[in-house]
Write a protein that binds this ligand. Structure first.
Ligand code: AMP
Length: 425
C-alpha cells in the first residue's frame, strides 16, 4: 500500500461546479489526503480499498464522486419502483444518519434531484418503508435492517451500481458477516465497490479478496503525529478519577470524549466527575435514540463539557474538531486504540489523545504500543506521584507459564490478556 501525503485542490480532482460551490460554502479549503488520493480513482470507476479512520474526511471522499456519478448517469438509467442506485453499508445507526446528512449537505446544489435515505435498526420500519417508496438514489444502511426491508419488499438491490462498505472492520467485528454475505448475493456482480476500514484484520482481508476487482489501495497514516499528540499519564490505583478531573480542569479541556469499557462505568464516572464540578454526560446503548441525539447535540454545542462512552456506542459518532480523546479504561484491542484516537485531530485539526494507566494497565498498554508500532513516554503529574514504580512482574506472572507451539502460545497469551482485562476493577 502507498502512504499518501499529497494535497491538491478540489478543482484539480475533477469535481463538477455544483460540488465545488458547495465545498467552498462549507469552507473546505483543500482536500484531505484521502480525498485527494481517492476521488479521481472513484470517478474513473475503479474499485478501492482505503485504510482511513473516522476523521480523515472519508465520507466526502466517497460521497462527492458518488454524487458526481449519479449526476452523469441518472438520466440514462431506467429504474424500477424499489431500486437503489448507490448503497452505503455502515455498522451503526449514528453513522448511518451522519453519512446521510453529509451526503444531503454535499448535494444541495443538485436541487433535490437525488434522493438519499438512511435506514437502521432500533426504530420502527414504517417510516423507513415509506421513505423508500418509489426507489432511492443513495441508500445508507446498517446490514440487519436492510435485510429486513428487503424481505418486506420495500427495496431491491439488483440495480446497485456502487457499493460502499464504510468501517468494514467494525462491521465485521460487530458480527455482521452473515448479513453482509446475504446482501452481497442480492447485488449485481458488476458494480463498483469501495471499502473503507481503519484496520485490516484477517476477516477484512478475506472479504476484500473475494469482493474487489483490481482495486486501488490507499493506506493513510492513522495517527499522523503532525495532527495528533498522544500522551500517557500514570496513576496510582484508585486515583484515576481524581487525576482525570484534575487534568480536565487544569487544561480546561472542553468537548473531551472519555472512553470506558462498560456501560455501568459510564454512569459511575459521570457521577464522580459531577461531584468534582465537571458536567459529564453518558452515551451508551441503553439510551433511546431520542436521548442519544439530545446528548450528542448538547455535546456538539459545548453545553456538555465531557462525554463518556463505550466503544460500541461511540463508534461512528461524528463530532467535528474533537480536541481531546481520553482512554480512562484502555481499549481491549490495539486496533480499538487506533479507532478511539482517530476521533481527535480530525481533518487537519490538532488533537490530543490521552491514556490513563495504573499498575493493572501497565502491561496491556505495552501490548497496544507494540502492536501499533509506537512508544510513548510515561508521564507523572505533580500531586499524583506514584507511591511505587509500576512493576511489570505483577501482571506478567500468568504469561510466564510454559506454552506449547508458537501458535498455541499466541492464543494463550491473548486469552490471558483478555482475562487480565476482564478482572479489572
Ligand atoms: P469524516 O472522516 O468523513 O467523518 O469527516 C470528518 C470531518 O471533517 C467532518 O466533520 C467533515 O465535515 C470534515 N471535513 C471533511 N473533509 C474536509 C475538508 N476537505 N476540509 C475541511 N473539513 C473537512
Amino acid at each position: 500500500m502507498t502512504t499518501v501525503k499529497t494535497l491538491n485542490t478540489f478543482p484539480e480532482l475533477g469535481l463538477i461546479p455544483q460540488l465545488l460551490a458547495r465545498l467552498s460554502e462549507l469552507e473546505y479549503l483543500q482536500p484531505t489526503p484521502i480525498q485527494a488520493h481517492v476521488i479521481p480513482s472513484i470517478l474513473e470507476g475503479r474499485d478501492l480499498i482505503a485504510g482511513a479512520n473516522t476523521g480523515s474526511g472519508k465520507t466526502a471522499a466517497f460521497a462527492l464522486p458518488i454524487l458526481q456519478q449519479l449526476d452523469a448517469d441518472t438520466k440514462a438509467q431506467s429504474k424500477n419502483g424499489n431500486y437503489v442506485s448507490r448503497l452505503i453499508l455502515v455498522p451503526t445507526r449514528e453513522l448511518a444518519k451522519q453519512v446521510a446528512d453529509s451526503i444531503k449537505s454535499y448535494a444541495v446544489h443538485f436541487n433535490g434531484a437525488y434522493k438519499t435515505v438512511s435506514v437502521f435498526g432500533g426504530v420502527s420500519t414504517n417510516k423507513q418503508m415509506l421513505a423508500l417508496r418509489g426507489g432511492t438514489d443513495i441508500l445508507v444502511a446498517t446490514p440487519g435492517r436492510l435485510l429486513d426491508l428487503i424481505s418486506s419488499n420495500a427495496i431491491k438491490l439488483d440495480m446497485v451500481k456502487t457499493l460502499v462498505l464504510d468501517e468494514a472492520d467494525r462491521m465485521l467485528s460487530l458480527g455482521f458477516t452473515d448479513e453482509l454475505a446475504a446482501l452481497l448475493k442480492l447485488m449485481p456482480t458488476k458494480k463498483q465497490t469501495l471499502l473503507f476500514s481503519a484496520t485490516f484484520p484477517e476477516a477484512v482481508t478475506t472479504l476484500t479478496t473475494s469482493l474487489l476487482n483490481n482495486p486501488i489501495e490507499v493506506q493513510l497514516q492513522s495517527a499522523d503525529e503532525s495532527t495528533l499528540v498522544q500522551r500517557v499519564f500514570m496513576a496510582n490505583k484508585g486515583e484515576k478519577t481524581a487525576l482525570l478531573a484534575y487534568l480536565i480542569q487544569q487544561h480546561k479541556w472542553r468537548k473531551a470524549l472519555i472512553f470506558v469499557n462498560a456501560k455501568r462505568h459510564c454512569d459511575h464516572l459521570a457521577q464522580k466527575l459531577a461531584k468534582r464540578g465537571i458536567t459529564a454526560e453518558v452515551f451508551h446503548g441503553d439510551k433511546g435514540q431520542g436521548a442519544r441525539n439530545r446528548v450528542l447535540d448538547a455535546f456538539k454545542s459545548g453545553e456538555i463539557e465531557v462525554l463518556i462512552a463505550t466503544d460500541i456506542a461511540a463508534r461512528g459518532l461524528d463530532i467535528e474538531k474533537l480536541p481531546v480523546v481520553i482512554n480512562f479504561d484502555l481499549p481491549r484491542s490495539p486496533a480499538d486504540y487506533m479507532h478511539r484516537i482517530g476521533r481527535s485531530g480530525r481533518a487537519g485539526e490538532v488533537g490530543l489523545a490521552i491514556s490513563m494507566i495504573d499498575q493493572e494497565d501497565f502491561h496491556h498498554f505495552k501490548v497496544i504500543e507494540k502492536k501499533n508500532k509506537f512508544s510513548l513516554e510515561r508521564e507523572e503529574v505533580e500531586g499524583f506521584e506514584l507511591h511505587e514504580p509500576f512493576n511489570e512482574s505483577k501482571v506478567d506472572k500468568p504469561m510466564a507459564k510454559p506454552a506449547g507451539t508458537g501458535k498455541k502460545k499466541r492464543k494463550k497469551q491473548s486469552q490471558i490478556n483478555a482475562d487480565i482485562w476482564l478482572n479489572r476493577g
